[in-house]
Design a protein around this ligand. Structure first.
Ligand SMILES: [Zn+2]
Length: 422
């Protein structure tokens, strides 16, 4: 088998990984670099047969596999040649659709997608590919266990061990342990960052509940609607604090898409444990039958507008984005509003969040960081690698690949574009 990291050996984001064997090649992820605005950064990579026609002497690309919907893994997918099949989980397909409707994320035509059956091996001779669910900050994320000609490879994609679904990691280890693992390709986003282990998603729920309980006025909760576990964290926290969570159209659409597969998700309504829907003009609407559904929620009395939020602020915890200061509150937040900030804190230096902070301070409110990473902590990564005990370990999605050399004797640094035959 042959491995080529086309991009991502020494950077976080922009991942693109190739495994070749005999007459075919498979590609895993085709992302945009995090600094996608830099000149040329958004251009397709020179991967033969993926974006441009393949050279006569190269085997063709037999399939493309997308690990999850984040742009640093999926951003170049729309450029993939139309004769290359695209495999992804149903959850990733749904998150891509929601992202395209609400965040301007490019759309992947659904007719080009092939949904992977969970827990079922896909046969693409000489390859056998087993998709395995992993816990990450995008719903539907997958790892892939790939076998060909007696070799076994695990590509983990992005994952973590401190989320709400520890069973996923156990299942991953169990599947990998069915035979010797020749190669592990895994992420090291937090490795060498000097950051110690942070809190678990469950500890974050405790912290958020306590903060919401103590808050005097309205609570705003800022998080990605594609991070389903974070929604559940804030939903549980709000319930424990005696508040009702208010969703916007984006979160409503995500919950609608996932309803059939995750029936335990809270519904929009006025009953016990149900969440409300923000009704304000200027929100995007997804299409796909949304108008009728949203009208139904409003008719059922589940809508909450700015007037209601101002009248009874202590009743609610509302999903928030900075532009809502204008679109929902007309430029001035209710008095003593607390904002729970559920993203990586690097975004806080961006202008929209600097302005949001000012708007909170102007009404005697505060911004409280309420986040834990979607990526595996260094300690957990060490334990995972030790459990998997691969023959070879190739890092990706990391600024500090050297740090892997201390984690496992099989670790090796494979520069972008250089093939490894094994
Ligand atoms: Zn990711």
């Amino acid at each position: 088998m042959r491995l080529i990291i086309h991009r991502g050996a020494r950077q976080i984001g922009g991942s693109c990984i190739e495994l070749g064997c005999g007459p075919t090649r498979l590609i895993f992820d085709a992302g945009l670099p995090l600094e996608a605005d830099a000149p040329g950064a958004a251009e397709p990579l020179p991967v033969p047969g993926l974006f441009a026609p393949h050279a006569a002497h190269e085997p063709p690309v037999g399939a493309f596999f997308l690990s999850h919907a984040h742009g640093d893994h999926s951003g170049l997918a729309p450029h993939i040649r139309t004769d290359v099949p695209i495999y992804l989980s149903k959850g990733t397909s749904q998150m891509m659709l929601a992202g395209a409707c609400f965040t301007g994320q490019f759309a992947l035509p659904q007719k080009r997608e092939t949904i992977l059956a969970e827990g079922q091996t896909l046969e693409l001779p000489p390859f056998r590919i087993l998709p395995l669910r992993v816990d990450h900050s995008a719903y539907g994320a997958l790892a892939f266990l790939i076998e060909a000609e007696g070799r076994r490879v695990l590509y983990t994609g992005d994952l973590r061990a401190h989320g709400q679904k520890p069973g996923m990691l156990r299942a991953l280890k169990h599947a990998a342990a069915r035979g010797p693992l020749d190669l592990l390709i895994t992420e090291g986003t937090l490795l060498g960052s000097g950051r110690s282990a942070g809190r678990s998603e469950a500890e974050l729920a405790d912290f958020a509940a306590e903060t919401m309980r103590r808050a005097r006025g309205l609570v705003l909760a800022s998080f990605s609607a594609q991070h389903l576990d974070r929604f559940v964290t804030f939903y549980k926290a709000a319930r424990r604090a005696g508040r009702v969570l208010v969703a916007d159209n984006y979160l409503e659409f995500v919950l609608h898409l996932l309803r059939r597969d995750v029936p335990s998700l809270p519904r929009i309504g006025t009953g016990e444990g149900e969440i409300r829907l923000l009704t304000c003009v200027g929100q995007k609407v997804a299409g796909h039958g949304s108008d009728a559904r949203l009208a139904g929620h409003r008719a059922a009395g589940a809508g909450v507008d700015a007037e209601e939020l101002r009248a009874r602020p202590a009743r609610y915890a509302m999903l928030f984005r900075p532009r809502m200061i204008e679109t929902v509150f007309g430029g001035r937040l209710p008095p003593h509003t607390t904002c729970l900030y559920g993203y990586w804190n690097g975004y806080l230096s961006k202008p929209d969040w600097a302005e949001a902070r000012n708007a909170l301070e102007a009404v005697g409110g505060a911004l409280v960081e309420a986040h834990t990473s979607g990526h595996i902590f260094a300690e957990d990564l060490r334990a995972l690698i030790s459990d998997l005990n691969p023959r070879r370990l190739v890092p990706v999605h990391t600024n500090k690949p050297e740090a892997f050399l201390e984690l496992h004797p099989g670790a090796m640094l494979l520069p972008d574009g250089e093939p490894l035959d094994f």
